[in-house]
Design a protein around this ligand. Structure first.
Ligand SMILES: Nc1ncnc2c1ncn2[C@@H]1O[C@H](COP(=O)(O)OP(=O)(O)OP(=O)(O)O)[C@@H](O)[C@H]1O
Ligand code: SF4
Ligand SMILES: [Mg+2]
Length: 363
């Protein structure tokens, strides 16, 4: 096994995580009581992403698109079936036990549901102390207490909250404690898995503002997982849009949001663009008909062809021999049969989209 020493800080690379050609399969039992045998579920497929240090990179997609699996692979919690994940230029798969513990301190995760993420009968001070003890941080109890009192104020709570039990806190307060527990161990990166989607809308903006402020103050790298593209527009520098385990579009957030190149991104964005809640619902149904297919029954060709409004529009303009019927509707034959390559686009920053008929001309 390769030694996994961390590079010295002065040599820290501009890229914190590098993911190359990553695929993750899960073997699952099918049928009643697993009597149907084993099936392979491909949760992440051929994903390549570079995460820049100090930036916020968002991963967006509907439920089941593989966002959490990708994040867990970054942390070494899930092993790649093929491909490679590097943290600070060292392959996560090559880390030995001590190096994994060191990495877990440097990369912390904040989950969607703070209620599930902590013991309701534990006091806040004890939750935070436990994080310090697990990672061997703090010279003595007084030093640990000083760190706990400092962090509770950093996340906008008062020292009196330290004596509360987790179940005495509101959802927003609990998420602040979860963030405090993550940053108290002085990580380099936070993986934020739907950090505000379980909270009341009125509280969401407060937590987003706190996260933005902490990133600036502590120079953190964020990996933000969300199904909500409006959140991405607020604070992500770059975004990858996932569909059925694949990245279908990625690039600088402002470019992707201003002019999506992939029809799936356009569909997700059109949901965000509408401000009226009633209209929003109607547009979701129009633009993203049906639900995401099961990863166990992935459509051939471009996996989005069963739902793609752009493909349907195009089919009406094509010769009959270039069109096939899918669920009674015409789509371009190439969409239903051939996996689209990732086209790169001109302009600053890496920008790509995997579509046979991207919404922008190629570079
Ligand atoms: N440990 C596991 N064993 C078997 N299948 C899994 C496992 N973890 C995830 N999956 C499957 O992999 C696919 C991707 O799941 P994942 O949780 O990564 O999606 P997600 O984009 O995070 O979805 P959500 O928005 O609902 O959290 C899903 O079909 C899921 O059922
Ligand atoms: S390849 Fe075809 S089906 Fe897939 S997103 Fe592009 S137009 Fe739609
Ligand atoms: Mg998830």
């Amino acid at each position: 096994m390769r030694p996994a020493a961390a590079p010295p800080p002065e040599a820290a690379a501009a890229d914190i995580f590098v993911v190359r050609d990553l695929s993750v399969d899960f073997e699952i039992q099918s049928g009643f009581l697993g009597l149907g045998g084993h099936q392979t579920l491909r949760a992440v497929q051929d994903v390549s992403i570079t995460f820049r240090r100090g930036a916020c990179f968002a991963i967006v997609g509907e439920s089941g698109s593989g966002k959490t699996t990708l994040a867990r692979t970054l942390m070494g919690l899930v092993r790649p079936t093929s491909g490679r994940v590097e943290f600070d230029r060292v392959s996560v798969g090559d880390l030995d036990g001590r190096a994994v513990r060191r990495m877990r301190r440097r990369v912390q995760m904040v989950m969607q549901d703070p209620r599930a993420a902590m013991d309701p009968r534990q006091r806040v001070a004890s939750i935070l102390r436990e994080a310090l003890v697990v990672h061997g941080i703090g010279r003595d109890p007084a030093d640990r207490r000083r760190r706990i009192e400092a962090v509770i104020q950093q996340v906008g709570l008062a020292p009196m909250h330290l004596d509360r039990y987790a179940n005495q806190l509101s959802g927003g307060q609990r998420q602040r404690v979860a963030i405090a527990r993550a940053i108290i161990v002085e990580p380099q990166a936070l993986i934020l898995d739907e950090p505000v989607s379980a909270l009341d809308v009125s509280i969401q903006a407060q937590i987003v503002n706190l996260l933005v402020e902490l990133q600036e103050r502590l120079g953190l790298t964020y990996v933000l997982i969300t199904h909500d593209l409006s959140l991405v527009g607020h604070f992500a520098d770059e975004v990858a849009v996932m569909y059925l385990g694949r990245v279908v579009e990625q690039g600088p957030t402002r470019d992707v949001v201003a002019a999506p190149a992939h029809p799936y991104t356009e569909s997700l964005l059109s949901v965000v663009a509408s401000e009226d809640p009633g209209e929003e619902k109607a547009r979701v149904v129009t633009l993203l008909e049906g639900s995401i297919p099961s990863p166990l029954a992935q459509p051939p060709g471009c996996a989005f062809h069963t739902r793609c409004p752009h493909a349907r529009r195009l089919a009406a303009t094509l010769a009959p021999d270039r069109v096939v019927a899918v669920d009674g509707r015409a789509v371009p034959r190439v969409c239903a049969t051939t996996l689209p390559p990732a086209h790169r686009f001109a302009g600053p920053g890496p920008r790509s989209a995997s579509c046979h008929f991207p919404l922008h001309p190629l570079a």
